[in-house]
Design a protein around this ligand. Structure first.
Ligand SMILES: Cc1cc2nc3c(=O)[nH]c(=O)nc-3n(C[C@H](O)[C@H](O)[C@H](O)COP(=O)(O)OP(=O)(O)OC[C@H]3O[C@@H](n4cnc5c(N)ncnc54)[C@H](O)[C@@H]3O)c2cc1C
Length: 354
């Protein structure tokens, strides 16, 4: 087996690892990425691609600022990623409509306060003012028209292709069991007795699995743990689908440009079990149909689950890890907002390493 040898070894080819690699490659740093499976097959493929915490006023300033910076970064980077890969990631402002039973969710009051603090655009009204396909009833609603989404499986494909186009090395199906700091300060990545790669620096971006690697390397864990989330996929003719990402407080619908509609999600603390369950499918289906009644007769095309890298709080763990391991950096623990926070965290990591 070829041993990856680069200035920076990135462990994990999810959106966080691949974006970190992209930011480093753009600075002329040589990068090798190692992944246990296929790139993006962890949480990054399974997610929804909303580039905004939902609802945004439930999150602290770190998450909000990171997502805001990421939006600027997406604007700056995506044209290059799409040109290098030839893949359209469907990054667009579909807007986020928040509308829920006012007895349970006072979206309007909360969004008014939040709008005053952030100067983000927010339009108040009744839900039917925004989308005629929503059920009748006088429910107040708030539209955040500038919220974007990205088609995350395409983003992963585009990042892999642009990584290779920029000269990056990527080894799929290379599970790293532990890291070893060598006498010369470089760090090697091992699977049993096989050395998979060596780098002057390592960025650990293994999502929900990050703590397993730290512990096997004799280092203290970060407190990152898997949080399963399940999704259903529907399809309607595009003119029958919701116009905006629609969140009722019980769940959300994400309409893609071609009529596919993602419905999610659950948050389950069940370890590393990625099996979708019939009870979650029922619950999400009910939420989807009550939010958008036209889905009643639409077949479920796919049902899947992914493991978010939970981190206790909503803030990720980004930065230098251990005083005795100067070459080890972490970029993980993005929980529910890793697609939305990846570019800013990648840029921060690359800036610190170059
Ligand atoms: C249902 C659901 C909906 C979501 N919706 C959104 C959303 O709308 N917006 C948003 O911003 N975020 C969303 N998220 C969260 C988002 O998907 C994650 O925060 C993000 O994908 C984390 O990226 P990551 O690269 O850290 O992790 P991952 O994508 O899980 O990547 C980690 C990688 O590390 C690899 N790995 C693991 N162990 C090893 C090892 N030993 N050696 C080498 N490689 C290893 C894995 O194979 C994997 O490819 C959602 C998540 C889920 C599950």
């Amino acid at each position: 087996m070829k041993v990856a040898d680069a200035s920076v070894l990135v462990i994990g080819a999810g959106v966080v690892g691949l974006m970190s690699a992209f930011a480093l490659l753009k600075r002329g740093v040589s990068v090798s990425v190692l992944d246990a499976g296929a790139p993006g097959a962890g949480s990054s493929w399974a997610g929804g691609g909303i580039v905004c915490p939902v609802p945004p006023w439930n999150y602290g300033p770190v998450v909000e600022q990171t997502v805001r910076t990421s939006r600027e970064q997406f604007d700056a980077w995506l044209p290059e990623i799409e040109a290098l890969s030839g893949i359209d990631c469907e990054y667009h402002q579909s807007g986020l409509l928040l509308s829920g039973n006012p007895n349970q969710h006072d979206f309007v009051a909360m969004s008014a306060t939040w709008r005053a603090q952030t100067s983000e655009r927010a339009v108040m009204g009744q839900r039917q003012d925004f989308d005629a396909g929503l059920p009748h009833g006088d429910w107040p609603a708030v539209l955040l028209p500038d919220v974007p989404q990205i088609r995350n499986p395409r983003l992963i494909q585009a990042l892999v292709a642009s990584h290779r186009a920029l000269g990056g090395d990527l080894c799929a199906h290379c599970p790293v069991e532990r890291l070893v700091q060598q006498a010369d300060g470089r760090i090697s990545a091992w699977q049993k007795t096989t050395c998979l790669g060596v780098g002057e620096r390592v960025v650990l971006a293994a999502g929900a699995w990050s703590d397993q690697i730290l512990q096997a390397s004799g280092l203290s864990p970060l407190g990152v743990s898997p949080m399963r989330g399940q999704m259903l996929l529907f399809h309607l003719p595009p003119d029958q689908a919701p116009k905006h990402i629609t969140n009722t407080g019980e769940g959300y619908l994400i309409p893609r440009l071609d009529g596919h509609i993602l419905a999610g999600s659950t948050i389950e603390d069940v370890g590393f079990d990625t099996a979708p369950t019939p009870s979650a499918a029922d619950k999400i289906h009910q939420m989807a149909v009550s939010t958008w009644p036209r889905l009643q007769s639409a077949p479920i095309i796919q049902h899947w689950a992914g493991l978010r890298p939970g981190h206790g709080s909503d803030e990720p763990a980004v930065g230098h890890r251990h005083a005795d391991w100067p070459g080890l950096w972490v970029n993980t623990g993005h929980f529910r907002n890793g697609l939305g926070m990846a570019p800013a965290c990648a840029e921060h990591t690359a800036e610190a390493l170059s």
